[in-house]
Design a protein around this ligand. Structure first.
Ligand code: GLU
Length: 313
């Protein structure tokens, strides 16, 4: 029987909040209960450049919560070679093309973005006539886009069931290499999951549409697509995903206030359907009690009482 591999992939650019913690804890519990290997990856190419301290803080916060992982963390920015190799492959096979159109050039021909979609679709009419021919990869201050063919992409997900995505329509040809001389998120995640041997991707369901885009890249690169587990997010009381405006729910802040990690785990356990009310819990108790079948199918809302309960510890 082959061993399954999963990964925790925090972006050290944004401070970890309770929503991130819940997704990581679920990922960790599934991995530990099923004997999977669990890797750690620092997604430090996704956003502005971060200092080594931010990476260290992120790891320390996750260790404080009680999470562990197998092997050393992979830090994306340490080695661009694997992404460059993938780009050479995609260029040679005529799957990508350079594009220096700005966001406003694109917006002027694109239809209005759909509600809830924060990205501008890239209409196929803007694709250069030469797109599709084999080229030599020459990264020099331009974006490179992946050519998306018409048709729908099916994503089979262990949590969400099956869904179909029209990637050609939205977002259209998406960026895989940025003018900042770095891979875009979509390419980096595929290359890293492949080189870390990841077979099971557990993450927030805001990334479900990305699974369809990543499926196209796996196919174009001749790599095996992993299995998907997209778990519902934690929302604020206003129904929007948990963010700064909902108050300070950063793990590092709770830690600095001296709130025991068992209290955090207790609240996350309640949000995962383990208990009817929050109660302090160790991470081992969480692992033993966790059942993906009991995970609420809808997003969880963080209520004012939840925050009060945390802070009363
Ligand atoms: N680094 C991303 C995040 O923190 C996760 C990306 C992924 O799991 O594919 O949201």
């Amino acid at each position: 029987m082959s061993t399954q591999v999963s990964r925790l992939a925090p972006s050290p650019t944004g401070a970890l909040h309770l929503g991130n913690a819940r997704t990581f804890l679920i990922n960790w519990a599934i991995a530990r209960n099923n004997g999977w290997t669990l890797c750690m990856r620092m997604e430090d190419l996704d956003g502005p450049r971060v200092k080594q301290d931010a990476i260290e803080d992120c790891l320390q916060t996750l260790l404080w919560l009680g999470l562990d992982w197998d092997g050393d963390p992979l830090v994306q920015s340490r080695e661009l070679g694997p992404y460059l190799d993938a780009m050479k492959h995609l260029c040679r096979s005529g799957k990508v093309y350079p594009c220096d159109l700005s966001r406003s050039d694109i917006a002027s021909v694109a239809s209005a973005p759909q509600e809830g979609a924060h990205e501008t679709p890239f209409p196929a009419s803007l694709r250069p006539q030469t797109a599709g021919s084999s080229i030599t990869f020459n990264p020099g201050g331009e974006n490179f886009r992946f050519m998306v063919q018409p048709g729908s992409i099916r994503v089979d997900d262990h949590v969400q069931g099956s869904s179909n995505h029209d990637v050609h329509e939205l977002p259209g040809d998406f960026v895989v290499w940025t003018r900042r001389h770095a891979p875009a998120y979509q390419l980096a995640v595929v290359i890293d999951d492949a080189r870390q041997g990841v077979s099971q991707v557990v993450r927030g369901d805001d990334l479900l549409p990305s699974a369809a885009r990543q499926t196209l890249l796996y196919e174009a690169l001749g790599l095996k697509t992993p299995e998907w587990w997209h778990v519902p997010l934690v929302l604020g009381e206003d129904g929007h995903r948990l963010a700064k405006r909902h108050g300070d729910t950063r793990l590092s802040s709770y830690r600095a206030l001296g709130i025991p990690c068992e209290r955090i785990i207790g609240l996350l356990a309640h949000w995962c359907g383990l208990t009817s009310e929050p109660e302090e819990m160790t991470i081992e108790e969480f692992r033993d009690g966790f059942d993906i079948e009991s995970l609420p199918g809808n997003p969880v809302s963080m209520r004012r009482e939840d925050e009060q309960w945390l802070r009363s510890g």
